[in-house]
Design a protein around this ligand. Structure first.
Ligand code: HXC
Length: 519
């Protein structure tokens, strides 16, 4: 073979890798509305930026006739490229090759890019579409999974890790995404479960569809396993690009500040009117968020799960922040098990990656009742408290209305090292709401009043007294628990100035191996 032939061979081999498992299987993939691995990578990365590794890798198995069937790349496309010019490592499983199943060599390819990403300090995006462990390779594929899991664990908090699930994800295959920071699923074409419907029926007798057991809708709204649900793959891949724009490359860098044309001192008169006169009337906290952040842009995370709390990314004067806000429009913004877990995970992510936290508080307390207590609200609420208390990033808190009881302490209070805690004049910071307080404090007297009318009048009078004394921000401000009471329409400016001031903040936790989170 002369040199020209050698070069021709290389070109042919490179072309051949694009065939994956063959035209027929690619056709089947397309007919399901799914893209191939390379098509997905091309949508995700900046045009022409992808550098592929290990395209000549083939499996090494000689069992079950596999010695006669092997494909270039072995079912996963790996390499690096850029998103908005920033280096990103990526792997995309190729369902057209043995159903994207994970072999020894397939795992090694993923591990290689993860190892490089850790050395370089760049995020990893994994696009999952796989029948799980390659059955023919047995324990070698199980070991391959474990190699990936260990890398996911060691990379956690060092580089951002994002998982897209665009197909089946069963058995051990769900655990790598679960160890990463964000999971995104495409509606009606992806599912995740530890055991599928067939095994479920055999073991427990329960009959359930694939979609109901592990579809995107279920994971986005019920289990909370998925942070984002998208209509189709393009939407998902573009969403990953957007998500990356809020994140730093690694834990030693700050998120990237961009130019901002939105005036920092923009006054929003509507905010002065947004809190209803009736304290039990809801409003949409999204209206507060979108009026104060840059150009109203907010990337909500977990939008369908635990809707009583809102979390997501946004920018103030071009600086990325994580926002946490109680949502009075849903269950009055109460903190329950799901809301506590959702917000705790988000707060910890932001703290890992130096993303300042802005918290909007309107919380009536923790949700009472046996369902919550049996479910361990004590431990789950403690997760959120822990997350805020250990976070050392800049923390700016705005109390909009209610801030009652334990929930007041939890929601980035001064004593959990809140840096700047502001309140609107409509804030009510107290141990509990007026009615509950009167029933406890005046219980002895109330029990003696038999006449219903007199009883109601007594409660109203005492509630008024209590409200005047405690349902305001000034009692907390008097002790310095609130740094300032601010005019709502000026909130954007006050947050930006707080973040600018805190940009050089340094805070540390005592040296330790790691904290013992209330898991
Ligand atoms: C080898 C596999 C495979 C696997 C699919 N294929 N899964 N090959 N190992 N795990 C192959 C099929 O033989 C087929 O090959 C091609 O991929 C497409 O599969 P189909 O079944 O035709 O596709 P579809 O009908 O879309 O169903 C996809 C599927 C199903 C739901 C993923 O294939 C399936 O249930 N696979 C097994 C899933 C599973 O139980 N995996 C092991 C999980 S345990 P051809 O040649 O026809 O194209 C696990 C342990 C890890 O992962 C533990 C780590 C801790």
């Amino acid at each position: 073979m002369n040199n020209t032939d050698k070069i021709r061979k290389l070109i042919e081999l490179r072309e051949k890798t694009k065939e994956g498992g063959g035209a027929e299987r690619i056709e089947t993939q397309h007919s399901k509305g799914k893209h191939t691995a390379r098509e997905r990578i091309n949508i995700l990365l900046d045009e022409g930026s992808f550098e592929e590794y290990d395209m000549f890798v083939r499996h090494r198995s000689h069992d079950f006739g596999l010695e006669k069937e092997s494909y270039l790349s072995d079912g996963v496309v790996t390499g690096h490229g850029t998103i908005d010019g920033r280096v990103i490592y990526v792997y995309a499983q190729d369902f057209t090759v043995f159903g994207g199943s994970l072999s020894e060599t397939h795992a090694q390819k993923i591990c290689k890019i993860m190892d490089q990403a850790m050395k370089v300090g760049a995020p990893v995006v994994g696009i999952n579409d796989s029948g799980g462990a390659r059955i023919q390779e047995g324990v070698k594929s199980l070991a391959g999974y474990a190699e990936i899991f260990e890398r996911n664990i060691l990379a956690s908090g060092v580089i951002p890790q994002i998982s897209a699930v665009f197909g089946p994800c069963a058995g051990g295959a769900v655990y790598s995404p679960a160890l990463t920071d964000f999971i995104l699923m495409s509606d009606k074409s992806s599912y995740m479960f530890v055991t599928g419907p067939k095994v479920t029926k055999t073991v427990t007798g329960e009959v359930i569809s694939t979609e109901a057991l592990g579809g995107a809708q279920m994971h986005a709204s019920k289990s909370g396993v998925s942070h984002f649900m998208v209509e189709n793959e393009e939407e998902g891949l573009l969403l990953i690009r957007k998500l990356i724009s809020y994140l730093p490359q690694n834990n030693l860098e700050d998120p990237i500040q961009t130019e901002c044309s939105d005036p920092i001192d923009r006054l929003e008169d509507e905010l002065n009117e947004i809190i209803p006169e009736n304290p039990n009337e809801p409003y949409d906290v999204m209206d507060v968020i979108t009026q104060v952040v840059d150009r109203g842009e907010f990337l909500e995370v977990h939008s369908l799960y635990a809707r009583n709390i809102v979390v997501g990314f946004s920018k103030f004067n071009g600086m990325p922040v994580g926002i946490v806000a109680n949502q009075p429009n849903h269950m009055a913004g109460v903190l329950d098990i799901e809301a506590s877990r959702k917000a705790a995970r988000f707060v910890r992510f932001c703290d890992c990656f130096n993303i300042p936290l802005v918290t909007f508080v309107d919380v009536p307390g923790f949700l009472p009742g046996s369902a919550q207590e049996f479910g361990g609200i004590i431990i789950h609420g403690a997760k959120l408290m822990f997350a805020y208390g250990e976070a050392t990033v800049p923390k700016v808190t705005i109390t909009l209305r209610k801030s009652y009881g334990g929930a007041h302490d939890v929601m980035s209070s001064k004593q959990l090292r809140g840096d700047l805690n502001y309140a609107w004049p409509t804030a009510e910071i107290a141990v509990m709401g007026a009615k509950g307080a009167v029933e406890i404090l005046e219980g002895r007297k109330l029990r003696k009043i038999e006449d219903q009318e007199k009883r109601t009048a007594f409660i109203a009078e005492k509630s008024k007294e209590y409200t005047e004394k405690f349902a305001n921000p000034y009692e907390a401000a008097r002790y310095g628990y609130i740094d300032d009471v601010i005019e709502p329409r000026n909130t954007r400016f006050r947050i930006i100035r707080a973040l600018q001031t805190l940009a050089t903040k340094k805070d540390m936790n005592p040296p330790k191996k790691h904290p013992n989170l209330p898991l």
